[in-house]
Design a binder for this molecule. Sequence first.
Ligand code: G6P
Length: 363
Amino acid sequence: APAQLGKFPHFMLEEIYAQPAILAALAARSQQGLSPVSPALRSDLAHVTHVLLLACGSSFHSAQVASYWLESLGGVTVQVELTSEYRYRDSLPPPQTLVIAISQSGETADTLASLRHTQAQGLSASVAITNTPGSSITRLARHHLLTLAGLERAIFSTKTFTAQLLMLYQLALALGEARGRLGPERLALAKQEMARLPALVNATLQLAPQIREWAQQLAQRHSLFVIGRNMHYPVAMEGAFKLKEVAYLHAEGYPAGELKHGPITMVDSTLPVIACLPWNNHAEKALANLQEVRARNGEIFAFSDAALAPVERLHVIRVPGGLNDLSPIIYTVALQLFAYYCGVARGNNIDTPRNLAKSLSSD
Ligand code: G6P
């Protein structure tokens, strides 16, 4: 391994382990009352009724997670679009739309083109979320927010993905505040949650040995499902995406409640189902979905903060609880480790995967 990696065999693992410190730094700014949201952006936020999120790849999944926060905290109508599609659409966004373009590199051609497309349609309020200061997207958007995760060397987004999530959460809070929906008590709760996050991410990283065991057991399967409900549906999509990118393993991220409408036909003892099962007000529904899987001899590997009694064909790794809005970050980290160890178990070249580039700045 290259010397600069220190105790980590791959950049991807080093970047996974960098997350608690990065999230702590981002959260600390808001504890000190230093909102990343400038007064100019805040005044745009006060006037919007719709949000259009534009991104591709992993950034699209962070946009999808954020859509739940923007709806529930910001109280706006939200649309999430893949930029390789959106740029060619004849869509009609309402005038009071805030465009949020998310790109780790700030150079993805489709995302830049989609942002220009919205500007040509007369939408001027835009904010770019990127990890790259001075990138093209920061010049194109009216406002920009930097995720400050440091250079990401692995091809896959790990630390920049969770930094995007925390930044989007802070933006959703600022939107709710600017629109007069969130009072001081709700904001204080959110701050407490942000303050708790880094230690809980750290505790999730301590689960690496257990997660590696699952990976060693499952890495040679022909296919996997990754499922979740609500905010954990896009988390499942990102987990499946990581399995494809890192492990070259076919994985499908699916909303748990949709399995019964088709994919359940594929479930049998050979197709493992990885489940994100936070103990929240969607848990009962999610458990019913898992029951449907078990009834078809499917084997479930659940990440959950609940003390679930182990039963046949239900394996559980208990992840830290104590978060509501930000729990997607915990499950994301668990799935990052799972994908990493699956890639290692399959003998893949982790830091330079076949067929992928860090950013696609041309079409
Ligand atoms: C590439 C990478 C993906 C990444 C996507 C979006 O295709 O392989 O991992 O998520 O670009 O990149 P961006 O820099 O726009 O977030």
